[in-house]
Design a protein around this ligand. Structure first.
Ligand code: MN
Ligand code: MN
Length: 291
């Protein structure tokens, strides 16, 4: 009679969970539109729009052990939020696959630093979908800025490989840094010209990792599909492109984050897309685990 709050179909207790949903409501370094701190709850609310049964993967999410832990209390200070996320990751059960709901993109570096700590270092590949290179050394007087997310990811010891898809924005220094450091990225033009499957083949080949962490900055999508993001950038990926990445990367994925949703700029469609992408990720992972 009473429906639990949280992500739809997330009725499992933590100790039994195969999938753990965690909200990271932090947006203190937002550089254009703020409000992504409200992202996690908007995605949860939107998740109730969908059937529990995913017909494409023939998986019923209501039959899976999904636990929603709620939101971490991250405050408004970037260094504090970063440290708190690291501490929080350590409390997650090692057998469960985490799905992090942002929050801005600065949530990702502390996740990838600690997520795979049980395994041999350098064995985790990070695949980022983003319009932006996020390779600045610092921005707005902080190295924790969301504009530095990929730069910080690359510095983490546990990360052995990195690739990004959907790129169409960055300052000249960032593109020079990417070139000088041979950083693998694929532009939105690449995806348009060669197709997402070809680009993803190349990205996965370059990552060459058994285990992948997937970080989706929703501004990778064209604003026509995902208008409510912190830094909308035209000429982006389609929702089909991103769906395809999740469908194909889920098997090897050890975790996912979906970040940069700013609900105040939404008529609901961006939150719905984010929720659906999270559900597809869970369904795809469950499908591969069953067979
Ligand atoms: Mn980003
Ligand atoms: Mn971005």
């Amino acid at each position: 009679m009473f429906q639990r709050c949280g992500f739809a179909d997330a009725g499992a207790e933590l100790q039994d969970a195969d999938y753990v949903v965690v909200g990271l409501p932090f947006d203190a370094t937002a550089s254009f539109r703020s409000g992504s701190r409200d992202g996690p709850d908007a995605i949860r609310l939107a998740s109730f729009n969908f059937e529990s049964y995913d017909h494409y993967f023939d998986v019923d999410l209501a039959e899976l052990a999904i636990c929603d832990l709620g939101n971490m209390d991250l405050g408004a200070e970037p260094a504090y939020a970063d440290a708190t996320i690291k501490d929080g990751i350590a409390l997650l059960p090692k057998s469960a696959v985490p799905i992090f709901l942002g929050g801005e993109h600065s949530i990702t570096p502390p996740i990838v630093e600690n997520l795979d700590r049980r395994k041999a270092p350098g064995n985790l590949g990070v695949l980022v979908l983003d319009a932006h290179l996020d390779l600045r050394a610092e921005y707005g007087c902080t190295s924790y800025s969301h504009a530095c997310a990929s730069r910080r990811i690359l510095e983490k010891k546990g990360v052995g490989a990195y690739a990004s898809i959907g790129i169409r924005s960055g300052c000249k220094e960032e593109f020079t840094f990417a070139k000088e450091n041979k950083i693998t990225y694929f532009t939105a033009h690449d995806v348009l010209e060669k197709g997402i499957d070809y680009v993803l083949d190349q990205a996965l080949e370059s990552l060459n990792c058994e285990r992948i962490y997937l970080s989706i900055d929703l501004d990778a999508l064209d604003p026509a599909f995902a208008p409510a993001v912190g830094n909308p950038e035209p000429f982006g990926l389609t929702s089909w492109d991103v769906l395809r990445v999740i469908e194909r990367a889920a098997q090897r994925a050890v975790g996912l984050d979906i970040n940069e949703l700013t609900p105040a700029y939404d008529r609901g469609e961006t939150a719905l897309l984010a929720a659906r992408l999270a559900r597809v990720f869970i369904a795809a992972k469950a499908k591969y685990q069953m067979h």
